[in-house]
Design a binder for this molecule. Structure first.
Ligand code: SAM
Ligand code: SF4
Length: 379
């Protein structure tokens, strides 16, 4: 049993012995709920065009240094074929928010993948209109990933500007996706400048409230061609309130996420592998995670999908990636999952957080209590 106050205490815990207890606890909960299988999802970064201006991401429209690409149908199909040959149950089609990816063209592509392979299809294309999401669901898409990034409303809107006339509402879109029958995934970045411990604890509680099927959490990594990376967009909070974007903080969040969402699919992310190349993936898997996303994007494009610098596995060809990951998973005494790796739904005892008398999507509104006295925003 774990509540919000305890989550906060764990986030501030520095004692190695106590943290060892947290890692063990999360690992046990992971084993009991999702078993020893590690599911592999083949990631295909289909376009780096983006019309958004997120303050943290290298794909933002304003980054004129970046050479843009969009993969063709045949290129994407070739990657999907590769995923199937390697025995991955799922492909994740990810991109910037790129309206050059036309609704009908993309629906046709989804239908083709579903027809020619056994793969589950996960989409991660940003905040597309409801009618696109519906069309793609009807075409056979199974899952959708959309991180809410932070539950701190002020910070979110500072770092993630809305498009003209359309306020960004990722929680609202997650609700729509769920209604449409997608498995839904979300997540956050850890250590965003201006992110407080209190809001991070609330993010973790929100994972449980949203009943997410997949939860991706990774460290915020500064990109020099972004306003956040250049320190231009600032939210002033005290040093003591600021969450660090460290490896250890990421493990804490992975472990606590497993505690509150025992059945969710939780990846050991590339961002984690980027800040610890030797062991980041393994330690994530040992502290609550059960999914890895090997990159299938052709190398010539992969280097251009630079959301942050020095991304892990940027030069590995898929066959090397494949054998490296198999080896790493086996060295942990775990096994590679077979099949699509859908979320397992179990009948379980009431979670400690379920007793709270809060409506799911009112949750954020009722919990704006983290407005810090004297906090200021600069853009
Ligand atoms: N455009 C889609 C979207 O925003 O949902 C999908 C692609 S976007 C690159 C995927 C995720 O990358 C974002 O949700 C964000 O959490 C993460 N990301 C972007 N910039 C990052 C950075 N500088 N450090 C760590 N993660 C970052
Ligand atoms: Fe575009 Fe997604 Fe990057 Fe934002 S996070 S700039 S929407 S690719």
């Amino acid at each position: 049993m774990i509540d919000r106050k305890e989550i906060l205490d764990w986030l501030r815990e520095e004692d190695e012995k106590r943290l060892e207890e947290l890692w063990q606890w999360a690992d046990t909960v992971r084993r009991e709920n999702v078993g020893d299988e590690v599911h592999l999802r083949g990631l295909i970064e289909i376009s780096n065009h983006c019309l958004r201006e997120c303050g943290y991401c290298g794909l933002r429209f304003g980054n004129k240094e970046l050479e843009r690409y969009r993969m063709s149908e045949e290129e994407i199909m070739a990657c999907a074929g590769e995923a199937e040959r390697y025995g991955y149950g799922t492909v994740v089609l990810q991109s910037g928010e790129d309206y050059g990816i036309e609704t009908k063209w993309f629906a046709k592509l989804i239908r083709r993948i579903k027809r020619e392979t056994q793969l589950a299809v996960t989409l991660s294309l940003g905040e597309r209109p409801d009618r696109d999401l519906e069309t793609w669901r009807k075409a056979g898409a199974d899952r959708y990933l959309l991180r809410f990034e932070t539950s701190d409303d002020d910070l979110y809107h500072l770092i993630h500007p809305s498009l003209p006339g359309r306020k960004s509402d990722r929680l609202g879109i997650l609700k729509t996706l769920k209604k449409l029958g997608y498995e839904i995934g979300s997540g956050i970045m850890i250590g965003i400048p201006g992110q407080t411990y209190v809001s991070l604890a609330r993010d973790i509680v929100l994972f449980q409230r949203l009943d997410l099927d997949m939860i991706g959490v990774g460290p915020y990594i500064p990109h020099p061609q972004t306003p956040l990376g250049q320190g231009k967009w600032k939210r002033m909070i005290s040093k003591d309130e600021q969450v660090p974007n460290t490896e250890q903080m990421t493990y804490k969040v992975v472990a606590l996420t497993r505690m509150v969402c025992p059945e969710a699919n939780i990846p050991s992310t590339t961002a984690l592998a980027t800040i610890n190349r030797e062991q980041g993936r393994e330690l994530g898997l040992m502290r609550g995670a059960n999914v890895v996303m090997p990159n299938l994007t052709p190398l010539k494009y992969r280097v251009k999908y630079e959301i942050y610098p020095s991304k892990a596995c940027i030069n590995e060809i898929p066959s090397d990636c494949h054998s490296c990951l198999h080896h790493r998973i086996q060295s942990l005494g775990r096994r590679v999952g077979i099949g699509r790796g859908d979320r397992i739904h179990r009948v379980r005892s009431k979670s400690p957080l379920e007793g709270m008398d809060l409506n799911l999507f009112d949750f954020i509104g009722k919990n704006k209590n983290v407005k810090l006295r004297g906090s200021k925003i600069f853009r």
